[in-house]
Design a protein around this ligand. Sequence first.
Ligand code: EPZ
Length: 436
Amino acid sequence: MDKFVVKGGRRLEGEVTISGAKNAAVAILPAVILSDEPCTVENVPYISDVRICIQILKEMGAEVTNIGKDAYRIDPTTIDKFCVPYEYARKMRASYYFLGALLGKFNKARVSMPGGCPLGDRPIDQHLKAFTALGAKHTLSQGMIDLSADKLKGNQIFFDVVTVGATMNAMLAAVKAEGLTVIENAAKEPHVVDLANFLNSMGANIMGAGTDVIKIRGVEHLHGTTYAVIPDQIEAGTFMVAVAATKGDVLIKNVIPKHLESITKKLEKIGVNIEQFDDSIRVWVDGPLVKTNVKTAPHPGFPTDMQSQIATLLCLAQGTSIITENIWEQRFRYVDELRRMGADITVNGKVALIEGTGKLMGAPVKACDLRAGAALIIAGLAASGVTEIEDIYHIERGYDCMEGKLRALGADIEKVSVPDKAEENEAKSENDKAAV
Ligand code: EPZ
């Protein structure tokens, strides 16, 4: 098992380039299945969730070629399997996008119930509602979801909650369905728009992505395309907070400032300076950090995926801050780890009260999910002393070489391999035997 060892107290300075968006790439790669010709997808982040997507496509029979650091040429015309086994689906929540893509192309799909970050209950009832509305039947047996349809027909889909995954899955299933599909109460995240743009570049007919009503006219044929994934809004936000936490000064490149608006506004309220350019932003701090209140909400509100990072920053600010988590019921699990570093946070249901102490102390901690892990890195960068972060596989699911990017900005962070307990015990018993 690997861990990060972070020596705190260094200001982040210089320039960093943001990678492609994880939550767009994990939907766009399965969407290639819908094409009748090869596609090239560029600006794909080198993260484990993407590697799992690529592996699944290969297992299904697609030809996948890595052409350069962040681009893949995928030929889906050789696909001859329509199942995503548990061994892959349990590692990645986004495996459910294969349901929509396979159903949309072949009128059938078999995918294991998804895994992913432990953020509390993660139902898929709205996904199934969308597929059923389009004419599919679903069964659940042995942890596998089976979908089948004689023919997919456009329909009205009204989501009971704003859901990114179900909005994107409904688009995947509807792009070749006969007639008009109208999705209401749709999610508006940048990655929802990116998937719609990708599908339209293949010849789909999707209008209104980015608003809460998306209209899709089914088409017979989707052709090949070359498409670049948008920059990752959450990776950019994570680096913005890391710069603020170390009172640094960094130019963050390859961003879409519009996607960062809610994060930018919140950081400016805390006392962070931000200057926007066409595809980059400069972030620096030259004064005190002050308290503020945060409520997470669907886009364009403050992203839940930035909640643990901004909480870490507020531990370093003066005054009492309040964070309200409105999306996930268990997204404060990182608080126990921050408390080990001296944070003063009280959690009551979906509200966390943060008493800014202005400082944190290094300690051994564990990442409990992807964004919590990122928050602990930020805490370690700002803390006095050394922080060791275990279970960093969570972090590597969604951040492309984070430690390398931070080191280039002056951080003292390194990845250290640690034999896991089983290996250690095995080695010990071997030694004991040898010693006899
Ligand atoms: C996506 O998860 C992201 N994951 C999450 O990011 C992100 O936190 C979330 O959207 C919200 O922005 C990917 O894109 C791979 P939802 P998703 O469906 O699609 C409820 C990260 O850190 N709901 O928008 O699973 C659900 O319980 C990850 O990158 C239903 O009730 O989230 C939640 O309360 C973590 N029924 C709310 O909707 C459903 O069928 C939003 O969930 C689906 C969702």
